[in-house]
Design a protein around this ligand. Structure first.
Ligand SMILES: [Zn+2]
Length: 290
């Protein structure tokens, strides 16, 4: 029997009559190819040697028993690149994921998370082919629009903010005369994260939870509030480190701006001693925010 060459891609697709098809196990592909010529053959494999580098070939032998005859079939495995994987490192993209935030730490963290998520999808042919750094964010050019939409949603559901997805016409396929769309997914992350203290509506809040809904603690009233990010106007208050100056009859700290002992506007849960270091924000009074 003639040797059989099987070209496959590391993303688990093999070339079948000029089309890339998915497979689970390379032995299954080998068996299918052999049985196309020797129907119902019983096969015995030794260890399958697979090529490691692009364009490398590896020979294997499989024993096929069929109608009382034994055939030694030579199988040549060749590592190729499927139509999707061959787009890695090119200008090709299907979608742009635009991530924005005024909070640099949050922005960098979220982009790192995205890169790791995409790295784990490379077997499925998903790549970031270009990264553009902007003043308040990143544009990531990816090879799969469905993945970009779900990654964008994931970011939005974790950190909150604003999510928008808009398709735009890219071209028309000559083969199918269907319109081809690219997608822009825009995520504006909040300018704050869990634990930050913000001023909104002249009230001081600590951010307790981010996500589709933002959970806030009103520090003065000691009550919780759940809001939509899009309806929130705010600015982040800077935290300062200072010391407890008094605990009786009222709790007081050193105001970091004028160094006077000032009464604390909220009632922190933890027990505090004079001289203890605490973090505060200042807005028409001092709040302990630890
Ligand atoms: Zn591939």
């Amino acid at each position: 029997m003639k040797p059989i060459t099987i070209t496959y891609c590391s993303c688990n697709k093999y070339l079948d009559r000029n089309k890339w098809k998915s497979f689970k196990n390379i032995k299954g592909v080998i068996a299918k190819k052999i049985r196309a010529e020797l129907p119902r053959a019983k096969l015995s494999f030794s260890r399958v040697e697979t090529p490691q580098a692009f364009k490398e070939k590896r020979e294997n032998e499989v024993i096929a028993r069929c109608k009382g005859k034994e055939h030694v079939v030579k199988i040549i495995l060749k590592l190729g690149k499927c139509d999707v994987c061959s787009k890695e490192g090119t200008e090709y993209y299907e979608a742009i994921l635009q991530v924005r935030s005024s909070k640099l730490r949050l922005l960098e963290e979220s982009v790192e998370v995205l890169k790791r998520r995409v790295e784990s999808l490379r077997r499925k042919g998903v790549f970031i082919n270009k990264v553009k750094k902007l003043e308040d964010g990143y544009d990531l050019y990816l090879t799969n629009k469905r993945v970009v939409q779900s990654l964008g949603r994931e970011l939005y559901e974790t950190y909150g903010g604003v999510y928008k997805a808009s398709p735009h016409l890219y071209s028309r396929s000559r083969q199918t005369s269907k319109n081809i769309y690219r997608v822009n997914v825009f995520v504006r992350l909040p300018g704050f994260e869990k634990g930050d203290v913000i001023l909104s509506d002249n009230r001081v809040f600590r951010v307790e939870k981010t996500g589709k809904k933002i959970k806030l603690l009103d520090l003065k009233k000691n009550s919780f509030l759940s809001v939509d990010y899009s309806k929130l106007s705010y600015h982040v208050l800077k935290k300062h480190s200072t010391y407890v100056s008094r605990v009786h009859p009222d709790l007081e700290v050193i105001n970091p701006f004028d160094y006077q002992s000032s009464m604390v506007k909220n009632k922190p849960k933890q027990h505090l001693d004079v001289g203890q270091e605490v973090n505060v924000v200042v807005h028409q009074g001092v709040y302990i925010v630890d």
